[in-house]
Ligand binder design. Sequence first.
Ligand SMILES: *[C@@H]1O[C@H](CO)[C@@H](O)[C@H](O)[C@H]1NC(C)=O
Ligand SMILES: *[C@@H]1O[C@H](CO)[C@@H](O)[C@H](O)[C@H]1NC(C)=O
Ligand SMILES: *[C@@H]1O[C@H](CO)[C@@H](O)[C@H](O)[C@H]1NC(C)=O
Ligand SMILES: *[C@@H]1O[C@H](CO)[C@@H](O)[C@H](O)[C@H]1NC(C)=O
Length: 347
Amino acid sequence: MGGGIGTRCWCAIILFALASGPTTYGDECDLYQGNWVYDESYPLYDSSECPHIRKEYDCIKNGRPDLNYLKFRWQPTNCNLPRFNAEEFLTKMSGKKIMYIGDSVSENQWQSMMCLLRTSLPPQSIINEHTAKSTTTVTFEDYGVSISVFLSHYLVDIVEEDIGRVLKLDSITNGDVWKENDVLIFNTWLWWYRRGEKQPWDYIQIGTNITKDMDRMVAFQEGLNTWANWVNSEIDTEKTIVFFQGVSPSHYNGSDWNEPGVTNCAKETLPMNGSTYPGGVPRAEMVVEKVLSGITKPVSLLNITRLSQLRKDAHPSTFNIFGMDCTHWCVAGLPDTWNLLLYAGLV
Ligand SMILES: *[C@@H]1O[C@H](CO)[C@@H](O)[C@H](O)[C@H]1NC(C)=O
Ligand SMILES: *[C@@H]1O[C@H](CO)[C@@H](O)[C@H](O)[C@H]1NC(C)=O
Ligand SMILES: *[C@@H]1O[C@H](CO)[C@@H](O)[C@H](O)[C@H]1NC(C)=O
Ligand SMILES: *[C@@H]1O[C@H](CO)[C@@H](O)[C@H](O)[C@H]1NC(C)=O
């Protein structure tokens, strides 16, 4: 486009002249650099009107009394995050299939998306839900848009064999189901350090090497590399847009947020001020970024780690049915912002 550069120059000059406040979303803006601001207009929906929230994440229903955690909006430093518009999103995505793939954090985000859409559509909208094996799909029939969540804790396979359950770091057999979608949002991390009864496998295999256990961070990287190779060889990125969700942080070590000695998020009712997090970047996130930097196909990182680290207040904590949870997130709440970022990437 011949006029593109000229137009852009004019924009730059105008923006420079108006440089006092945040501008609207543009090419140059880092949506992930910013801070949380109190916003009376939040939350974006009333969670009691959303039928898709798993009871562990329905914090208000579970009696959470402090509600300030619902009132924070992510403010990028140099621009604004577009406000969610369900109608616009579904129109733009008309005829498309979207799938979240990963562990319960993916489910957390999918539920938030269901609530964002559902609570702003007219009551006569035709919405169907269907569950089969690892997948739950909600179809917005009026737009022909379906949005699924596919539960896969590791993305790579776990197979029942004679010796027991084997985590196969070099194999992805569910991929044929995934690649039929138009938008994929992947995530895995939470389950890689599980041990004892909570560990769903007995052996780890790479190639012909079968072992009882190995360095878990190395295993994580191996698994992610297998996923990256799968994307490189199997995904037609002309048709399918791929996102990887960065590591969702938990809050069990107060040293990470300048409260040494604190061992959970139970007393946290406010986000951290500013943009910096004393705990730094989680090692797993470094692995994610390293693997993504080596991938040859275009894959966007939903870089949610830092902005989520600042939200020590946004977990279910004791307002949950299983006891202390500083890993998942209340819905409504932080996952709504993850979806706003996804929305910004898609619309
Ligand atoms: C993710 O965001 C953090 C914090 O803003 C930043 O330091 C990091 O470079 C970002 N990662 C990528 C791959 O953009
Ligand atoms: C098998 O894997 C284990 C754990 O990673 C490693 O220590 C060992 O050297 C590997 N063996 C072979 C033959 O590759
Ligand atoms: C919490 O983090 C600090 C600083 O990184 C570390 O020294 C400490 O061992 C951690 N505590 C626990 C219980 O892991
Ligand atoms: C965060 O900033 C607000 C507003 O500037 C201030 O009232 C509050 O004390 C600060 N909190 C912390 C923990 O620094």
